[in-house]
Each structure stands twice: as C-alpha cells, then as structure tokens.
Design a protein around this ligand. Structure first.
Ligand SMILES: NC(=O)c1ccc[n+]([C@@H]2O[C@H](COP(=O)([O-])OP(=O)(O)OC[C@H]3O[C@@H](n4cnc5c(N)ncnc54)[C@H](O)[C@@H]3O)[C@@H](O)[C@H]2O)c1
Length: 435
C-alpha cells in the first residue's frame, strides 16, 4: 500500500518513518524545501531520540521517500495522512489555515478514490468540514472518505510511542475506509493494542479531552505544591501517597514550572474556545490556563526571596526546552521566565543541551548570554534555576559549582535535588512544594 504523509514535523516525520517501518511505501511531503533536502539525506531537522536511525533505515530500504511534489505524492497514494500544524490564534482557537490549504490542494489533484486521514489535532467538527470543503472544490467525481486518527506520541519518546501506542483511535463513517486504516495498523492490532472505532466527532474529542485532562492533572499538583509550601508539607510524598490509589495513578503528578510544549497550551485553549462558542463553558480548563500562567512566574518570587531586587543579578537558567529529550521550545516556561527576568533588570545566562538554537530564534534580539555548558552559565552567577530536568543537570558537581558562583542559590523547579543534601553543601535551596 502506498501512503502519503503531509507535513514532516514531529508528528508527520515520526508517523511517516513508523508506517514505513510497518512495511508501507511512504512518501512524506512538506512545503519547506530546506527540510525536505535535509531529510532526503537522512538528516533530522530537530532532536528526537531514535528518529534518525528509523528514517535512515527506511530510506535505505526504499520504503520511505521525501518530496515537495504534493500532486505526485497524492496521485500515487491510496491513503493520505494530514500532519500539518494547528497552532493557536490570538483568541485561543485553533488556526486551521494549514488544514484548509491542504484540503484545497487535495481537491485540485484527487482523481480517484482516496482515504484522507487527519492526524493533526483538530477541533470537533473539522473533519466533517474538511470533507465538505474537498467535495465542494473537487475537480473530478472521485469519491473520498475522511478518517480522524489523532496522534498521542510524546516528544522525546515519540518513536517508542508511535511503535507501541496505548491505543489507536479511528473515527469515521465508511466501514471500507476504517478497514483500510485498521489494515495499515495491523502490526499494532496483532500486538493487542486497544483500538477504538467510533465516529469523527468522538475521535476528535478523545484527543482534546486526553490533553485537557493531563494538563489539569499537572496543574492540580502544581497548586498542591504551592499549598505545601505554605503548610510545611512535602509535595513529592503527597503525590506519592495520592498516586498509590489506582483511581488516581502516579503519572503526571510531578510539580514543576508550569506545562508548556506545542500541544497542551494550545489544545486546552482551543477546547475552551469551542466550549464558549457552543455555550458549554469549560470552567475547569479556564482555571487551568490561568493557574499555569502564574506557575511559570513562581520562580521569580523564589529568586527574590533569596536575592531581593533582581536588578543586575546574574541568573543562570539551566534547561530551555519544555521538557527533556527534545529541542522543542514551543510554550516552554523559559520563554516566559527569561523575558520577565530581563524586564526586572537581571542579567540572564542560559544553557540547554540541545535547544539553544531554537531558543535563540524564539527570543530574537533579547540581550541573553548563551553558554556552552552548565558550568559556563554558572560562573559568577547569583543564582541557578533548573527549569528542565535534563539528566546532565541531575549530577552537577555542586561542590565545584559553589566555588564558581557568586552566591550559591539553587532554585530547583523540577525537584531533582534532595533539599537536605544541597543545603548541607552550603546552598540556599528552594524546590517546589517542599517548604
Ligand atoms: N508535536 C507533538 O508532540 C504532537 C503530538 C500529537 C499531536 N500533535 C498534533 O499534530 C499536528 C502537527 O504537529 P507537529 O508538532 O508535528 O507540527 P510541526 O509544526 O512540527 O510540523 C508541521 C509541518 O507541516 C508542514 N506544512 C505546513 N503546511 C503544509 C502544507 N500545506 N503542505 C505540506 N506541509 C505543510 C510544515 O512545514 C511543518 O514541517 C498538530 O495538530 C499537533 O497538535 C502534535
């Protein structure tokens, strides 16, 4: 079976390479010529563990191919996976312009039966709208079916997640098209991955409800962490005690500097927006966004507690990506924290193992110092702030680092250090939710 994947970002590239690894012939399409040129050579435009090997293996086996020639790729394929971006618009709604553009291009070139599968996260109703749009603009009588097949991979673990998902969701109206998609995912079906076959709307909402729930869970424990600081409780043990109840579960109960990334913030906002449009307000989610924005700035008051006014203080930020094992800085807490520190007159030095280029691009001309290592960032610094729990920050030589720093202040927004140990080394330490 020949498949096209439109959009070679995190989802499209991992899905394309993964489907090729299942044995399909896959052509990945993008409008970004530079990206396609690199991908043809097996070069991956972002950091994702295991992806380069998977792409190179399937390129070599000639099951995977990259092109900017949309029409040719679509003509050769029975199934077209749409994996383009659906970022936030200023009002919080999902920007569907990339989906619309792809739909109109499909309408131009479709001349025989095609199954069009949406992997991008799209608001409820989008697949039905997209089907009508393609049918309205189609140049031939060729039939199409539309399937909603939301993707749940996590950046940093994307290859593993695609190859071994918790579930596969297939929403659609045509039994024939559903059977084709089930066939594509046969290796997972054989491995007893749960499949949910449903209508378009339910499939679309499963994705949003899942992300909204996870964002709520993180926000809940962040608020509990702040409360712990007031009452002298330890949030790590509160979370452990809660998580032992199987109805709650221990995952996603780690407090931190607020959630970020390319999905949770935009998906929660898009769901809130749709709730408003439909007069079905989502008050819990509104609170989640509000609390999360405040959480990103918790680090500022922690710094002020130790250092007083931050003007002219040198603050070293360790970790810029929104989580470890990715170079993605979209909606990362660092994007809020660093400009705020600069606004308060602090001097900011930053370091991340892989996301320096992406952060520099996002921060444009702001006067930030970019260090080549954690140690370099910490030289003469008044405080160190850990924003992302990269493994290399877990084993810093704190005795040496104390000698490097102007004042040994450690704000550990991921609770990766033991307060007592760090304090014994002479640091002023503040984690999160550990009084
Ligand atoms: N990143 C994640 O972890 C993740 C996980 C699950 C779902 N999703 C969803 O998947 C979708 C894609 O996310 P992403 O992070 O991969 O996005 P991305 O921004 O990394 O990639 C999108 C790609 O689409 C390309 N593109 C845009 N318009 C195009 C067109 N007309 N034709 C061909 N290519 C085009 C862009 O050049 C880009 O390479 C979003 O809806 C997102 O919410 C993302």
């Amino acid at each position: 079976m020949h498949i096209s994947v439109i959009g070679t970002g995190y989802v499209g590239l991992v899905s394309g390479a993964g489907l090729a690894d299942f044995g399909m012939k896959v052509t990945c399409v993008d409008i970004d010529e530079g990206k396609i040129k690199k991908l043809k050579k097996g070069e991956i435009p972002f950091y994702e563990p295991g992806l380069e090997e998977l792409v190179r293996k399937n390129l070599k086996a000639k099951r995977l191919d990259f092109t900017t020639d949309f029409a040719k790729a679509v003509k050769n394929s029975l199934v077209i996976f749409i994996c383009v971006g659906t970022p936030s618009l200023p009002d919080g709604s999902a920007d569907l312009s990339q989906i619309r553009e792809v739909a109109l291009k499909l309408a131009e070139v479709i001349d025989e039966y095609k199954v069009i599968v949406t992997k991008s996260t799209v608001p409820v109703g989008t697949n039905r709208w997209m089907k009508d749009l393609i049918n309205k603009h189609k140049k031939t009588e060729a039939a199409i079916d539309v399937i909603s097949n939301p993707e749940f991979l996590r950046e940093g673990n994307a290859v593993e997640d695609f190859m071994h998902p918790d579930r596969v969701i297939i929403g659609g109206e045509s039994a024939y098209a559903i059977a084709i998609i089930k066939d594509i995912y046969r290796p997972l079906y054989l491995a007893e991955t749960p499949f949910i076959i449903t209508n378009l709307e339910t499939a679309e909402l499963i994705k949003y409800a899942s992300n909204a729930f996870l964002a709520t869970k993180i926000t809940f424990i962040n608020e509990m962490a702040n409360f712990c600081e007031k009452v002298g409780a330890d949030v790590t043990l509160v979370a452990k005690g809660m998580g032992l109840d199987p109805r709650i579960g221990s995952k996603f109960l780690n407090p931190g500097p607020g959630f970020g990334g390319s999905c949770f913030p935009k998906d929660v906002k898009a769901l809130i927006h749709q709730g408003k449009l439909l007069s079905s307000p989502l008050k819990i989610l509104e609170a989640v966004i509000e609390v999360n924005e405040k959480q990103k700035l918790r680090v500022i008051s922690k710094l002020e507690n130790f250092l007083g006014e931050l003007k002219n203080k040198v603050i070293a930020i360790l970790g810029l990506s929104f989580k470890p094992n990715t170079s993605d800085v979209r909606e990362s807490p660092a994007l809020t924290v660093v400009p705020k520190l600069l606004e308060l007159g602090a001097k900011v030095r930053v370091y991340d193992p892989v996301a320096m280029k992406e952060f520099r691009e996002a921060m444009k001309d702001l006067p930030i110092e970019y260090a080549q290592s954690a140690e370099e960032a910490l030289k003469e610094a008044h405080a160190m702030v850990i924003l992302t729990e990269w493994n290399e920050f877990r084993f810093l030589d704190l005795t040496q680092i104390k000698k490097l720093m102007k004042s040994p202040v450690l704000i550990d927004m991921r609770n990766i250090y033991e307060p007592e140990v760090v304090k014994k080394l002479g640091f002023s330490y503040s984690g999160i939710g550990r009084s």
